[in-house]
Design a protein around this ligand. Structure first.
Ligand code: ATP
Length: 418
């Protein structure tokens, strides 16, 4: 779903709880929070109490240096930087230096991340936030030092760009996805752009010792598809990556039985296998072997020579790392989420392979919930929790943060227990 689709969907949504409260003119003194979900591929931003984020853009920035010639008004001359974001940056990679600040779920380039946050908060759909309360997500794999650094950039560095964060919470994205499903215990299996995680959660707390992850997700499927197309002599390269991603999202699916699927005839009619590149760059034929092969690595990483477990395997391993008493609850409450889980056939294959793995050990049925807005589940959970009247008590206040610099790390870690 791109930014235009998101705006259209917003217009058609029924009134949110917040709209209703506003129209009833109730005078509830409740803070509004901005909710940001930081993803490797996409960053999502909107207001608490709403059903969907208002802005969702690829997590990428392009920078270009501009030399200013000396002139009458500025006889020194000098240089400044032009920065662009999201798809615009990806489409102008020939002119701009491109940086992806999040790698495999973890923020690695905080300076670029700061500019991305600033861009979102100043976005027209966000009414240019100069001062706000913020709930921001964090990967379940992040080290606590990353949270401390996030707080530092959000409280201190954004101020240099005229944005003041009044209160802040940083929450585990998997806990928020589970919250969006209406549960407080279960296992969240999330496959996004850069990473797939299996995070068991008990009564709202992630169980760190049993979290499993693999560096295999949507971007690997996209690059695998690109390699297969190039191997067939089709003229595409990295500069077409947005289109390769779109081919994946529109045409690829997961086979229940891979060998059978690629050795059978193509289930789609010829015209449904064609993708037209823009600017008369040609039409690509994407046959069923390429389409099924692109996604198979998620369930069988060996096909690309990777000696790592599959997605069903990490879910199984994660459940078996937990206390025996909890395992039944986890098997009964599996939340499948993240953009990559939207691939047709993903849920059926996941369920089939997990049944096979657990056939002799699970003492219960396996129940998988896919009824969430899967690309936005962490954001939606954040929107819900930040609209609770008790949420403000769970935040770090800028005043406390600034007054006690020596307590920064403690203050962050004490509040951010999820
Ligand atoms: N309909 C779809 N079919 C297949 N893949 C999809 C679909 N929609 C989105 N995706 C893929 O999902 C990925 C983005 O998902 P998501 O927004 O959950 O990830 P993220 O939060 O950015 O990344 P991560 O969780 O790894 O940090 C991209 O690879 C995108 O191509």
């Amino acid at each position: 779903m791109n930014q235009d689709d998101l705006e259209e969907e917003h217009k058609n949504l029924p009134p949110t709880i917040e709209d209703k409260l506003n129209s009833m003119q109730t005078f509830v003194d409740q803070k509004e929070f901005v909710v940001i979900d930081n993803g490797t591929g996409f960053i999502k931003c909107g207001f608490s109490g709403e059903d969907l984020p208002r802005v969702s853009i690829p997590t990428v920035m392009g920078v270009k240096e501009i030399i200013i010639e000396p002139s009458q008004t500025n006889d020194q001359g000098g240089k400044k930087y032009s920065r662009i974001y999201g798809e615009r940056a990806q489409d102008n990679s020939h002119e701009y230096d491109i940086t992806y600040p999040i790698k495999r779920g973890v923020i690695e380039d905080f300076d670029t991340m700061k500019y991305c946050w600033h861009h979102l908060l100043s976005h027209k759909n966000m009414h240019n936030q100069k001062k706000c309360n913020l709930l921001i997500t964090d990967s379940p794999l992040n080290h606590k030092d990353n949270k401390i650094k996030m707080a530092e950039y959000l409280f201190d560095k954004l101020k240099d760009h005229n944005i003041a964060i009044d209160s802040l919470n940083i929450m585990n994205s998997s806990v928020l996805s589970l919250f969006a499903s209406g549960r407080t215990s279960g296992i969240v299996v999330e496959s996004g752009q850069g990473i797939t995680t299996a995070v068991p959660i008990f009564e709202g707390y992630a169980l760190p010792h049993a979290i499993k992850s693999i560096n295999l997700a949507g971007e690997d499927v996209t690059f695998n598809l690109l390699d297969s197309l190039m191997a067939q002599g089709i003229e595409v390269d990295n500069s077409n990556i947005n289109h390769i991603r779109k081919i994946k999202e529109q045409m690829c699916s997961v086979a229940l039985d891979y060998d059978r699927a690629i050795n059978s005839s193509d289930p789609l009619r010829e015209e449904s296998c064609l993708y037209e590149l823009p600017d008369d760059k040609g039409i690509i034929k994407v046959d069923h072997k390429i389409r099924f092969n692109a996604t198979e690595l998620l369930f069988n990483p060996e096909i690309i020579g990777c000696d790592i477990p599959s997605i069903p395997q990490i879910a199984y391993d994660s459940i078996y790392k937990c206390d025996q008493d909890l395992q039944i609850t986890l098997f009964n409450n599996i939340i499948l989420t993240g953009g990559t889980s939207l691939l047709p056939g993903f849920k059926d294959r996941f369920e089939q392979d997990l049944y096979e793995l657990a056939a002799h050990t699970a003492r219960t049925d396996i129940k998988i919930d896919i009824d969430l807005p899967r690309r936005h589940s962490a954001w939606v959970g954040g929107s819900m929790i930040a609209s609770l009247s008790t949420f403000d008590d769970m935040t770090i206040k800028a005043t406390d943060y600034e007054e006690n610099p020596e307590l920064h790390d403690d203050a962050v870690l004490k509040k951010l227990v999820f």
